[in-house]
Ligand binder design. Structure first.
Ligand code: ADP
Ligand code: MG
Length: 558
């Protein structure tokens, strides 16, 4: 038998994972079981469109079989199975080769976020097993194959004896070491607890032969052991449950089980609507930015279920771009599906749900802002930029949805403030909402242009993000107060009522003309300013486009 070597990067990813990625070994079972559940899902979908197949619910299940004597744990499923090629392709390589490259670039981070995003769940079995054997028979194929690997050197393939369609995974568990216990994963009570914790909502029964004791008939204190097959999961999906039956941990486990992220979500939103369009949704606001979030590869969307059956992994129409960081799922009984079970593009119900969800997210973010400022700021650090993009791109009403969620650093408060807070602090004689742009808060603080405004006691918002000023230009005003850059020529401040600027300007005309000559077309005009207090000179603009915006525009590819 020829041994196939793992692709080099698979090997390293394996090592990395075994050593660092998963903090808890027990999750190998969640990964293996969710693969089995996916495989049954696949057969289920097939049956929906293929008349020759019948999906009879009772014959689809997952079974867990511990064997202490032989130190093996089997996970058997009646899913769609894998052909020889699929075994090699799905288990022998790590499909998305970008994963390791990514890990290298971000070596300082822990590896948590790459797993799940690249589908390496299966490999987690090697955290607990010395050898993994996968015997599988694909739907529609007459041959079964066996893939076997010890996790580091590579794998072997050979034909195997398996009569029924599906997959049987056998883990030969590692021996205990001084500080690591692997025996526990062969204990019924442990397996029961792990399955309850991570896989309770799997829609197919997860079965195990559980040992129980009963009194021997006719005797008082003698017991006998017997085995009884039990279903270990409740199978009711979390989104169908009543909110008050669920704990924060339930939601967190769901988040992990679904691979929405490896962070702890900042907030979950559980929606049950029983109106003209009925739907349930569980949404999460993540804490950390997915590594690819601000790249082209990122795909927004929510999982979409129709009466409990997944029909779309990432339905983009359910989320506006500015809330694209939201993860989660929607289940509705009222969607109009066409024959191929694809949602009709112009689905009215879908639009209704999307609008509902958008408003709900907005309200939840507002309440987070009011109720837990620290958490909101944490959220804003991660995703505030996306909200500002939303204002800038403004399709219709977006500005109104988003304007109260924006925050900027304040010269007065020395922290992030909302526009509402700014306006509520404005004094009678302050006409505008002032802002200054620059690379960092420190740099802005030193800008000569801020002096006059600050001296008047007016608060200045610091714009350090490229998008800030563009967004604000779209917004135009907030609570009827217009925005004004501190470097614009008309600040709306009485610079000096008994101004003798004109005479001074005249007196120094020669100097200014000379300066203008030297600077030639770099400036439009050189003139005397009353705005400066300690700095000798500053630049100002009189057009719509500020110096900072010009920089961004010039840097943009044509
Ligand atoms: P993911 O589940 O994210 O795709 P995994 O590493 O968990 O990544 O699994 C890799 C692939 O192996 C799956 O996508 C699937 O095609 C295949 N696979 C794993 N387990 C099974 C199984 N029990 N039945 C059928 N296919 C499986
Ligand atoms: Mg998986």
């Amino acid at each position: 038998m020829i041994k196939q070597e793992f692709k080099a990067e698979s090997k390293r990813l394996l090592e990395m994972m075994i050593n660092s990625i998963y903090s808890q070994k027990e999750i190998f079972l969640r990964e293996v079981i969710s693969n089995s559940s996916d495989a049954i899902d696949k057969i289920y979908y097939k049956a929906l469109t293929d008349d020759s197949l019948r999906f009879d619910k009772d014959s689809y299940y997952i079974k867990v079989e511990p064997d202490k004597e032989n130190r093996t744990l089997k996970i058997i499923d009646t899913g769609i199975g894998m052909t020889k090629e699929e075994l090699e392709h799905n288990l022998g390589t790590i499909a998305k080769s970008g994963s390791l490259a990514f890990k290298k670039e971000n070596d300082s981070k822990d590896g948590h976020d790459i797993i799940g995003q690249f589908g390496v769940g299966f490999y987690s079995a090697f955290m607990v097993a010395d050898t993994v054997t996968v015997s599988s028979k694909a739907l529609g194929s007459d041959e079964a194959y066996k893939w076997e690997s010890n996790g580091t050197d590579g794998y072997t393939m050979e034909p195997s004896e398996k009569d029924s369609v599906g997959t049987e995974i056998t883990l030969i568990m590692k021996e205990n070491t001084e500080d690591e216990n692997f025996d526990e994963f062969l204990e019924e009570y442990r397996l029961k607890a792990i399955i309850k914790k991570y896989s309770d909502f799997i829609r197919y029964p997860i079965k195990m032969d559980v040992t129980s004791r009963r009194p021997i008939e006719g005797s008082d204190n003698e017991f006998e052991e017997y085995q009884e097959e039990q279903v270990l999961n409740s199978m009711v999906p979390i989104w169908r449950k009543n909110k008050n039956e669920l704990t924060p941990e339930d939601y967190e486990n769901f988040y992990n089980e679904k691979h929405y992220g490896f962070d702890k979500p900042i907030k979950h939103i559980h929606i049950s609507v029983d109106g003209t369009v009925r739907y349930n949704a569980i949404l999460f606001i993540p804490e950390k930015i997915p590594f690819d979030y601000y790249s082209k590869e990122f795909e927004k969307g929510l999982e979409l279920y129709s009466s409990g059956v997944l029909i779309m992994d990432k339905c983009p129409d359910l989320l506006p771009d500015y809330f694209s960081f939201v993860k989660g799922m929607v289940d509705s009984e009222d969607l109009s599906l066409n024959i191929s079970r694809e949602i009709l593009q112009q689905d009215k119900q879908l639009k209704f749900i999307a609008k509902n969800i958008k408003n709900k997210i907005k309200r939840e973010l507002e309440s987070l802002l009011k109720g837990d400022r620290d958490k909101y700021e944490e959220f804003y650090q991660s995703f505030g930029r996306q909200l500002k993009f939303g204002v800038y791109n403004d399709f219709g009403q977006d500005k109104d949805v988003l304007k109260d969620l924006l925050m900027f650093y304040s010269s007065k408060e020395k922290k992030l403030v909302t526009l509402d807070e700014y306006v509520s602090r404005m004094s009678e004689d302050q006409k505008y909402i002032y802002y200054a742009t620059g690379e960092t808060n420190d740099r802005i603080e030193k800008l000569p242009q801020t002096e006059l405004v600050s001296e008047k006691g007016f608060e200045i918002l610091y714009f350090t993000d490229d998008i800030d000023e563009f967004a604000i230009k779209m917004l135009m005003n907030y609570q009827e107060k217009e925005f004004k850059s501190v470097s614009s020529s008309d600040l709306g401040i009485d610079e000096d009522s008994e101004s003798n600027t004109d005479t001074q300007q005249q007196e120094n005309k020669e100097l200014f003309d000379y300066m203008k000559d030297v600077l030639s077309d770099k400036v439009k005009e050189v003139k005397l300013s009353k705005r400066l207090k300690t700095h000798p000179v500053c630049l100002s603009t009189d057009g719509e486009v500020s110096i900072e915006m010009e920089k961004v525009l010039n840097a943009m590819p044509n």
